[in-house]
Design a protein around this ligand. Sequence first.
Ligand SMILES: Nc1ncnc2c1ncn2[C@@H]1O[C@H](COP(=O)(O)OP(=O)(O)OP(=O)(O)O)[C@@H](O)[C@H]1O
Ligand SMILES: [Mg+2]
Length: 245
Amino acid sequence: MYSESREFLKNTGENAKKAYVSVLNERKISGGEYGDVYEAETKVENSSVKSRQGLQKFILKKYSNRLGLASEWASNAIKNYNNARKAGLRVFPTFRVARDESTILMTNGNLKGWVCIGTNQESPGLESKEFNLQKLYDIQNYQELIEEIFRQSKLAATAGIYLPVDSFMFLVRRDAELLDFVIGDMDGVVSDSRNSSSLWSKNFSQAILAFEYFLRRNMQGDRVNDYIKQLLEDKVKFLSLIPKL
Ligand SMILES: Nc1ncnc2c1ncn2[C@@H]1O[C@H](COP(=O)(O)OP(=O)(O)OP(=O)(O)O)[C@@H](O)[C@H]1O
Ligand SMILES: [Mg+2]
């Protein structure tokens, strides 16, 4: 069986907390511009948390070194993750860089009845072989979701963080028709922007666009238009609540 033991660092720098993770097997789930994404079965060694000593599924994002930029991309993602987390944004609880400086280990969004769907066209949707689920007919928590997206857009803007459309990932509980989201792809995030009300508007508009893409790909045909109409009305309504400079 394929097995590789690697050291993953919690933060970069001298005092980084280390975790030794054995990758027992891995399966590619997506390929992108920056690299490839794998779902990996792992064993976390010497974990202080007892329950973590068993097998655990994580996601590995391996940056491509085609342009010699893998370690730069990975450290950029870690920097953006740390800033986003500090700002109180919804990010995955685990996001660590490997000693090789070009692989990131993160929480698997496909766990405990939830599936994780990225914004890119190529990422697997509900009906894909990966998930084999029916498209959504309804979203039970639509209203709370929009409000939370609005709040997160503001939190990010306050911290000077720009969230592009492809940073958003949606988490779906298909059985209960529940939807959640996370800022999961840190590559295009810009964490040294200037706080402004226009940054709040931009973040919110990017999030709504991500939501629209999600609906087009993952909602049943006769429901898509109703939801998108509602979404675009809410977009206008919420944008009007943002104070102008
Ligand atoms: N933590 C995660 N849990 C579950 N699935 C994930 C996770 N991270 C990524 N994925 C899956 O992998 C896909 C690609 O992820 P991501 O967008 O981060 O990669 P990328 O290399 O940046 O791709 P692109 O270059 O197309 O933006 C996601 O759309 C999602 O399907
Ligand atoms: Mg990406």
